[in-house]
Design a protein around this ligand. Structure first.
Ligand code: HSE
Length: 343
């Protein structure tokens, strides 16, 4: 078993051959107070197939959300793969790439992180895994510029990670509490209406914050990690409060303040903006039955603001990126993932 597989507890199905398919989970970041440091993988996936090619590069994007994504060498997956090859000192300028994603784009559910992680893992696997999982994590963090989404997509489960922008990033994986489920309300718009990048959404945040807000978040974030480690679901409502980013981002998402204030009255254990948004995320107790009242509250609150939203009941994804198969022929990509993708 490869180092990647050993470290992540994955299995490689099939024999070594020209195509690698990687299944990678989406993620939520911050969980309220853990700005740029806490992340959780979700059971909403993207699949990336990659083959070394002797012909010109071809990029096939399957699924509904792929409009506007480049199909030439400016494609993120292609560029990330080339970074892996450069890091490993090999040259493979031509690739066949396929992708299907169930992760909504630009909604705060880690779609770009999943593409980066999937590309890193696939490219590394194609050349015999010269880079360690930690090497991939460091590359992913530098590319994404924060470690929370990429860490969750790579390692799975819950992660606490930190990066100062220069030194190597650190990460610890935490097993999510068994009963934890995740209800997300995904507005039908990308932030700023055009699939805006997280970078732009971060510009709304102040350069400096009052000491009391920093202390508020240090306390909540620490309490949240401790509560999640010990399964103290009763603490989540208070531990998920935030003073560093959500108050500023609320201006971009009508209904968000009401949801953050009142979701726990409708059955949420805790509630937060998912990453930079606009998706709102409520943690729920899976043992308490379907969260119908909470679901209705989330939809209705957004509807009153004129926002249509899709809700999904998700779960933490235990596994991070997994190498699914090494197939002989590229055209089997859709057949390989059929039955796994959302209908
Ligand atoms: N921690 C990042 C942010 C996550 O809040 O900007 C973006 O998905």
């Amino acid at each position: 078993m490869s180092e990647f597989s050993q470290k992540l507890g994955n299995s490689i199905i099939g024999s070594a051959s020209p195509q690698v398919i990687v299944k990678v989970p989406g993620s939520t970041a911050n969980l309220g107070p853990g700005f740029d440091t806490l992340g959780m993988a979700l059971n909403l996936y993207a699949w990336i197939g990659m083959t070394l090619s002797e012909r010109e590069t071809e990029i096939h994007l399957h699924g509904e959300q792929m409009d506007g994504i480049p199909r030439d060498k400016s494609n993120l997956i292609y560029k990330v793969a080339q970074m892996v090859f450069a890091e490993a000192g090999v040259s493979h300028p031509e690739l066949d790439i396929e992708m299907h994603s169930d992760i909504p784009l630009a909604r705060g559910l880690g779609s770009s992180a999943s593409a980066i992680v999937g590309a890193l893992v696939a490219a590394n696997a194609l050349i015999g895994e010269p880079l360690t999982v930690d090497d991939l994590f460091q590359l992913a963090t530098r590319l994404e510029k924060h470690p929370d989404n990429v860490g969750a997509s790579l390692y799975g489960g819950l992660i606490a990670a930190c990066w100062d922008g220069e030194s190597p990033a650190d990460i610890v994986r935490i097993e999510p509490p068994e009963r934890l489920k995740v209800l997300v309300a995904i507005p039908d718009f990308g932030l700023l209406g055009d699939g805006a990048k997280t970078e732009r959404v971060r510009h709304i945040l102040p350069a400096q914050v009052p000491m009391r807000d920093a202390v508020f978040n240090v306390g909540r974030s620490s309490m949240l990690v401790a509560a999640l480690c010990q399964g103290r679901l009763d603490l989540l409502a208070r531990a998920m409060r935030d003073a560093l980013h959500q108050p500023y981002r609320a201006a971009l998402i009508p209904g968000m303040e009401t949801i953050l204030r009142e979701a726990t009255d409708h059955g949420a254990l805790g509630v937060a903006l998912s990453g930079a948004g606009p998706t709102l995320l409520a943690l729920v107790d899976g043992a308490a039955g379907p969260p119908a009242a909470l679901d209705a509250f989330l939809r209705e609150t957004l509807r009153k603001e004129g926002i249509a939203a899709e809700t999904m009941l998700l779960a933490p994804a235990a596994h991070g990126a997994q190498i699914l198969t090494a197939a002989d022929v590229r055209c089997t990509f859709l057949e390989k993932i059929k039955g796994e993708v959302r209908a």
